[in-house]
Design a protein around this ligand. Structure first.
Ligand code: P6P
Length: 334
């Protein structure tokens, strides 16, 4: 009898993809899977539940107004992960400092996780797709001790797993452990993720560019030249590309991953390092992009080679189809 492989079955079949003892990948990803299903339920009914919709009127470390669902999602992922024992600590967009899980079980955890629990949350109230982004590293501190900042300030090349959940027309979980990129679609009627997109590869070229063109006048010259290149007949397709910008990173990234394209959040005069955070937005999606055959650059260097200096640091971000990223880097450095 044929049916799709479940996420759990797939993980078990791929245990060799994850270092150390058997079962750790299963346990870690099943914690993420559980929290994703809980968050998905609230995202899908956000319009109905006044207690979830809207703002907390609080600001997070980024100075951004926290939406209630942001806070709820953050709590769900923390609860799911602190009780599994694989993870000794967590860093989140929603928390100023790291969270070191202080239980005997968690202290023995070999991994730390960084998470943007609900990216694009300003879109919640207008029913636009949003997402969760996660990134997993081996801890650097001794097993049995409390996690410290040192465990989190690691370059992206040290990631052992990364992924995202997109709460869109369907809910998908996409992840990599360095052995390809695999996508799973949630069957909501039974609450199971099924393998729907094995071995995702991003087309080397694309005809979609995603950038907030409202910032055009404050971009550096090379970015302006590349955007004009996208709009011209001079590009690889011989006709203007399509501008597609949802304003939700995971949604723009996911579409470009499947169809080909480039997402850009460059630096501006006001914010030379742009808006996106290195640890829990840029690095995990860079890992996925590279594993799918794409690239992720700041315009000056490979994103995953940056040595982080602070938990919430921002970097200029160009990610997607290999030939498109190479082209914008060429313009920037010409
Ligand atoms: P702007 C959402 O806040 C986010 O971090 C990404 O999801 C999105 O791509 C970007 O910011 C949108 O930012 O400045 O274009 O509105």
């Amino acid at each position: 009898m044929n049916r799709f492989t479940t996420l759990g079955e797939f993980i078990i079949s791929r245990q060799a993809d994850f270092p150390y003892a058997k079962g750790e990948l299963s346990s870690l990803l099943s914690a993420i899977r559980l929290a994703a299903k809980v968050v998905n339920r609230e995202v899908n009914r956000a319009g109905l539940s006044h207690d979830i919709l809207g703002s907390t009127f609080q600001q997070n470390i980024q100075g951004e107004v926290q939406q209630k669902l942001d806070v709820y999602a953050n709590e769900q992922f923390i609860i799911a992960l602190q009780n599994r024992g694989e993870v000794c600590g967590l860093a989140s967009e929603e928390n100023e400092d790291i969270i070191a899980f202080d239980t005997p079980l968690a202290r023995s955890g070999k991994y730390v996780i960084m998470i943007d629990p609900l990216d694009g949350s300003s879109n919640i109230d207008v029913n636009v797709s949003i997402g969760t982004i996660f990134s997993v590293y081996r801890r650097k501190t001794d097993i049995g001790s409390l996690a410290t900042l040192e465990d989190f300030l690691q370059p992206g090349v040290e990631q052992v797993a990364a992924g995202y959940i997109i709460y869109g027309s369907s809910t998908m979980l996409v992840y990599t452990t360095g052995h390809g990129v695999h996508g799973f679609t949630l069957e909501p009627s039974i609450g199971t993720f099924f393998l729907s997109h094995p071995n995702i590869k991003i087309p080397e070229d694309g005809t979609i560019y995603s950038v907030n063109e409202g910032n055009f006048n404050s971009f550096e010259e090379g970015i302006k030249m590349y955007i004009q290149h996208c709009r011209s007949n001079e590009n690889a397709s011989g006709k203007p590309y399509s501008a597609r910008y949802i304003g939700s990173l995971v949604a723009d990234f996911h579409r470009n991953l499947l169809k080909g394209g480039i997402y850009m959040y460059p630096g501006t005069i006001k914010d030379p390092n742009g808006k996106l955070r290195l640890l829990y937005e840029c690095n995990p999606l860079a890992f996925i992009a590279e594993q799918a055959g794409g690239l992720a650059s700041t315009g000056k260097q490979r994103v995953m080679e940056i040595q982080p200096t602070s938990l919430h640091q921002r970097v200029p971000y160009l990610v997607g189809s290999k030939n498109m990223v190479n082209k914008v880097v060429e313009f920037i450095n010409s």
